[in-house]
Design a binder for this molecule. Structure first.
Ligand code: SDX
Length: 389
């Protein structure tokens, strides 16, 4: 192969200078498929609507990690393994107790997940087995980290994880210190199913890129959490709730239509709207919209839902832009009593299943990720001594 230096870049050989890698296929995968025109989302063969109706988060984890549904005994074993891994190593718990109570929950989660690596055993050199074990322990421990930090920062006693119950049930129990009702568990579980996996989004791309250097899964998930934290990605759900609470401060008669138009006129982004791939309603948002409506009626937050619908209508009329997963998830979490700055952590608590699935897929058929940058600066400038600059 001919060697190129930067002086004679053949731009036809480097045609893909798509900002934000828009439309570039970087990996092949069996984990999910998104049809952005139809608004269709598939996890390893199964439509998200089917999974939302019949599945559980633990079953979705098995599906993503194995590309098939579990048998009854396989699912039972996985649930048992997840339950067995819920406790945190003491130094991680000590870090959570001792860190700044005003820290961002996503920053604490990122640091704690990174620390977990220090306490993982090697698995006798069997990489596949080691990766599977790491996927299970992170999926089991992330909920414990989030709940422990939330309680610690509020000066409340940290609640130890249960030795029974689903991920959703145990998380709400650790967060609130009391066992959740069936409806709250079901809502939480459905949110975890809907957020588990979504193609080559920014955090998954980050995880695969880290995996591709043959680094470990904890590094990949730590990096992915950092990527998810930003408001253009997972951080949008917290931003959506803050927007709605801003409206609430204006009182009962706040005008969400005018509010949205004003923001658009100032060229501000409306959080929870738009998507690189979907050019129609995000199928996850359809489920979350229904949940949001039902829950806000039940909990007396009708206004928040009404304003959400006003924003949705305005965005469609003004910009022809639809909501994404982060828009209605905000009011759903709010209705089950979760504080807005935890929403992105809950996204991570689910998406760790997808990140780890992609990590294992990448590790199975790896090649270093190393794109090119088009150099647009000057070259070989004359040196000017410092006193003459
Ligand atoms: C997630 O990738 C994934 O799969 C992510 C995700 C997952 O499950 O992993 O689905 C989760 O990250 C959801 C997205 C959460 N982010 C937000 O809600 C933030 C607000 N949204 C936008 O910033 C934006 O829509 C993005 C970041 C989601 C997508 O950005 P793109 O593809 O780079 O699109 P763009 O910014 O170039 O927008 C194209 C046009 C622009 O108008 P023009 O300049 O062409 O006139 O649409 C406009 C934008 O200004 N636009 C918006 C808008 N989103 C797009 N205008 C106002 N408000 C918005 N939200």
């Amino acid at each position: 192969m001919a060697h190129h230096n930067l002086d004679n870049i053949d731009t036809s050989e480097y045609p893909h200078i798509n900002r934000g890698l828009d439309g570039i296929v970087a990996f092949s995968t069996t984990k999910s498929s998104i049809d952005g025109q139809q608004g269709e989302l598939i996890y390893s063969g199964y439509n998200i609507d089917t999974l939302a109706e019949y599945s559980s988060f633990e079953e979705v984890c098995f599906l993503l990690w194995n590309d098939r549904l579990p048998t009854e005994s396989e699912l039972k074993d996985l649930k048992k393994e997840l339950i067995g891994q819920r406790n945190l190593p003491k130094p991680v718990l000590d870090y959570i107790k001792n860190t700044n109570k005003n820290a961002e929950p996503m920053a604490v989660l990122r640091t704690a997940v990174s620390m977990l690596a220090d306490f993982e055993d090697g698995r006798d050199g069997n990489k596949a087995e080691e990766n599977r074990a790491h996927a299970i322990s992170m999926t089991a421990q992330i909920p414990t980290i989030i709940a422990a930090f939330d309680r610690s920062r509020k000066g409340k006693e940290i609640v130890a994880p249960l030795t029974e119950g689903s991920t959703a049930y145990n998380f709400l129990y650790m967060l609130n210190g009391e066992k959740p009702g069936e409806a709250a568990e079901k809502t939480m579980d459905l949110c975890l199913i809907l957020h588990a996996e979504h193609g080559m989004n920014a955090s998954t791309f980050t995880a695969r890129t880290i995996c591709a250097t043959e680094s470990d899964m904890f590094s990949a998930v730590t990096g992915a959490i950092g990527a998810l934290k930003g408001p253009l990605h997972g951080g949008a759900n917290t931003a959506v709730m803050n927007t709605l609470l801003e409206l609430e401060k204006q009182g009962e008669n706040a005008d969400a239509v005018a509010f949205t138009k004003e923001k658009l006129a100032k060229k501000e982004k409306i959080m929870g709207f738009g998507h690189r791939v979907y050019k129609t309603f995000d199928p996850r948002a359809r489920h979350l919209r229904k949940m949001s409506q039902k829950l806000s009626e039940e909990t007396g937050h009708e206004k928040l839902y009404e304003w959400s619908e006003d924003m949705l209508k305005t965005m469609k009329e003004e910009k022809n832009i639809d909501p994404n997963v982060d828009f209605f998830s905000a009011t759903v979490y709010y209705s089950i009593g979760i504080q807005p700055d935890l929403y992105t952590c809950i996204f991570a608590m689910s998406r760790v299943s997808g990140w780890s699935a992609h990590y294992m897929e990448q590790a199975d058929n790896n090649r270093l990720v190393r794109p090119r940058a088009l150099y647009i600066g000057e070259k070989n400038l004359d040196w000017t001594p410092i006193e003459k600059r």
